[in-house]
Design a protein around this ligand. Structure first.
Ligand SMILES: Cc1cc2nc3c(=O)[nH]c(=O)nc-3n(C[C@H](O)[C@H](O)[C@H](O)COP(=O)(O)O)c2cc1C
Length: 335
């Protein structure tokens, strides 16, 4: 193992036999999160953990209304819940909003352990941004994925027919083109890319080039090349290939628009992602149609939910794993 692999696997060590609150927080931080900014803080109580947004880690260009922050907190809360359940500390989740602050309160109890399989999948799950094998996942596995995504207040729309996936791809290409034409989006994305293992380990956050299938480079060379090879045409070509190699897409949509609904979406998505991991199915985000505000209404119309806000677009299928992403040390996220 090289130093990057050692660091990435250390934060993914299995839970000890009698985990404490910090172990549950570590598993929560293994959740997917937008641009790997890890916009969360954890406050420990007696048998309770509050999960709070860390607005100092906002990404205003891609996420002007903090939608992704709350989806991310939902993913972290679901990991915490599953890790606690698997350790015989069943958790109860409540979303509290006081004035303008929304936080998630997790309280821990005692009961026989459950959810072991999903808990084991937490350190193995990853966003896999590569071409998939082009095969269907099979009806049985699809049923299990649908069941996993089922969550009150969230609609998970599974699309597997080729003409429908081609229609989604058209929205993705339109969205990606708009994002690539937006200098603020490109500047913000570039600022979160970690071009080599050294800088990914040092910050413990951001998008390590190799996790997206790109070579590791000295930071100066990475920044120089980024401006030259990261073009609209090249990205659209890559996304077209990736979509056409995927077995399907699932779109998550909350019934209510606001932090509580977005947190529920994160929880539903994370259960889907962990069940997929259990089944050897990989997933990656294709969020352009929901990130570009001007495109969202047309996408919602196409989905048959006019006036509503679809929250996530995820492709899935089978392929080999990519390098795992980094996380900050647990101590850095405790307040
Ligand atoms: C709300 C949300 C939005 C995301 N948007 C994108 C996206 O647009 N493109 C992408 O490649 N990954 C996206 N991701 C995935 C994150 O980049 C990924 O979770 C993070 O880099 C950590 O990597 P991991 O999932 O492999 O642990 C998103 C994740 C979340 C939770």
């Amino acid at each position: 193992m090289n130093s990057y692999e050692r660091a990435a696997s250390a934060i993914r060590a299995p839970l000890p036999s009698e985990p404490g609150l910090l172990d549950f927080v570590r598993f929560a931080t293994l959740a997917p999160n937008s641009h790997n900014t890890q916009p969360w803080k954890f406050r420990l109580g007696a048998d309770a953990i509050d999960i709070l947004p860390d607005f100092s880690r906002r990404t205003p260009a891609v996420d002007p209304d903090d939608h992704h922050i709350f989806v991310t907190l939902g993913c972290a809360a679901e990991n915490l819940l599953i890790a606690a359940n698997a350790s015989g500390r069943p958790a109860d989740i409540r979303v509290e909003t006081e004035e303008t602050e929304t936080r998630i309160q997790v309280s821990l109890g005692h009961a026989p352990a459950r959810d072991q399989e999903l808990c084991n999948a937490i350190p193995a799950r990853q966003s896999t941004r590569s071409d998939y094998d082009g095969e269907d996942v099979g009806a049985e596995d699809l049923t299990q994925l649908r069941r996993a995504a089922s969550m009150p207040g969230v609609q998970a729309i599974f699309l597997t027919e080729r003409p429908k996936l081609e229609a989604v791809l058209e929205f993705i290409v339109q969205g990606n083109s708009a994002q690539m034409d937006d200098p603020a989006f490109v500047r913000e994305l570039k600022s979160w890319i970690r071009f080599n293992a050294g800088s990914a380990i040092e910050t413990g956050d951001g998008l390590f080039a190799k996790c997206s299938g790109n070579p590791a480079l000295p930071t100066w060379a990475g920044r120089f090349l980024f401006d030259r090879v990261f073009t609209k045409e090249a990205e659209n070509k890559k996304y077209t290939r990736q979509m056409r190699s995927s077995a399907g897409v699932v779109v998550f949509a909350a019934e209510t628009d606001g932090p509580e609904g977005w947190i529920q979406v994160g929880r539903s998505f994370e259960r889907f992602a962990l069940q997929a991991t259990v089944l050897g199915i990989r997933h990656a985000h294709m969020n352009m149609p929901i990130e570009v505000a001007e495109l969202r209404p047309a996408f919602a119309d196409w989905l048959g939910m006019p006036g509503r806000r679809p929250n996530l677009v995820i492709r899935f299928g089978r392929t080999a794993p990519m390098p795992m992403s980094m996380r900050r040390p647990v101590d850095d996220v405790i307040v």
